[in-house]
Design a protein around this ligand. Structure first.
Ligand code: BGC
Length: 348
């Protein structure tokens, strides 16, 4: 079958290659891939900066944001042929660590987890895959292929889960949320904030076009320009760009008892001046919390699926700005102006 594969850590190795049919040992549920979303991690893997092949193999099938259709599933497992499903990215480490042992693999302690499409197991950018029922999540049938937005939604569902747990350290009635970056993660973070009835501000560098429209359609406020000029003191800030300066600007903007969640993975190598003393003084005197968040466990997939089922389908559809047929697969991995979420379409 056809699959988009790379030799990890080797740039320009990406190709559409032939892979054997998925082994029965991967699980009794057979899924036909409808599409995979493209994100920054895929581009890093293609660029030769990240990724691990399965043990004993040289190539890795990429793709961790998936949507597919069940072809066969064992009786009584809760899945049936025709169901639209999304596969979970991470699998627990083999030890397992205390978190993986209880299904919280997103908080793995020893780094020995695997991630389908990223770390030591083929991903979903292949025509078919097999999986165990506990690692697939059914999406609302009204979503169709828009279920491809579930994986990025799980990232922010986890962020919100942890924000709310931290919030419970004291009396907490948040009103104002700041989201930096109006890419898929930022927009979905804003969607989940609006579903919580909060006042939401999203900042990005573009001045017009689809991103501001999508923010406004949520009933949130769009900004461009410096955070200091926005005149808000957010209770919650979700940083979705990984841009060094913005990370510090967000920490400075947070209001008293502020919670800052960092979701963007930065590339290192750039120095910026920081007045660490003043920043520390502010964080301490205001009881602020700054934390990082990555990946998601099954609970977050279920929360994300519920959030998408409750969202305006037309709004979600506008997030998928390009659907690229498999025959033109290379185009899916070339960034174009105006892209929000690009989907490589295995059905076209
Ligand atoms: C994925 C996560 C994964 C992370 C690090 C992200 O793009 O969404 O599931 O844990 O990359 O590999």
């Amino acid at each position: 079958m056809r699959a988009v594969t790379v030799v990890p850590l080797q740039s320009s190795s990406v190709d559409l290659t032939d892979l054997p049919e998925p082994p029965e040992s991967d699980g009794p549920v057979l899924v036909r891939t409808h599409g995979v979303g493209v994100c920054g991690t895929d581009l890093e893997i293609i660029g030769g900066d990240y990724g691990w092949a399965p043990p004993g193999e040289t190539r890795l099938a990429i793709g961790h944001e998936s949507i597919g259709e069940v072809v066969e599933a064992p009786d009584g497992c809760g899945l049936a042929a025709g169901d639209m499903v999304v596969a979970i990215v991470r699998r627990p480490d083999p030890v397992p660590c205390p978190n993986c042992a209880i299904g919280e693999w997103d908080m793995c302690r020893n780094g020995r987890y695997t991630e389908w499409g990223i770390k030591e197991h083929h991903g979903y950018a292949r025509e078919r895959y097999r999986i165990t029922p506990d690692f697939v999540v059914k999406v609302d049938s009204s979503l169709g292929d828009l279920g491809v937005l579930l994986e990025p939604t799980t990232v922010v569902a986890k962020a919100w889960d942890h924000i709310e747990r931290i919030g419970r350290r004291a009396e907490w009635k948040p009103t104002t949320v700041l989201v930096t970056g109006a890419g898929p993660i930022g927009l979905l973070a804003a969607l989940l904030a609006r579903q919580r009835d909060l006042e939401v501000h999203v900042v990005d560098q573009v001045t017009d076009g689809l991103k501001p429209e999508l923010v406004e359609a949520l009933g949130a406020t769009y900004h461009h320009g410096p955070i200091s000029g926005m005149g808000i003191e957010p209770d919650v800030a979700i940083e979705c760009t990984g841009v060094g300066q913005l990370i510090f600007d967000v920490m400075e903007a947070a209001g008293a008892n502020g919670i800052v969640c960092l979701t963007g993975v930065s590339s290192g190598g750039r120095d910026i001046p920081v007045d660490a003393g003043t920043l520390n003084r502010r964080l301490v005197l205001e009881n602020d919390v700054v934390f990082g968040s990555v990946n998601a466990n099954r609970r977050h997939y279920e929360a994300g699926a519920e959030a998408l089922a409750g969202a305006d389908k037309d709004w979600l559809a506008r997030l998928v700005t390009r659907r690229v047929p498999l025959a033109s697969w290379r185009d899916a991995y070339e960034r174009q102006p105006g892209d929000v979420k690009v989907m490589l379409d295995f059905t076209a």
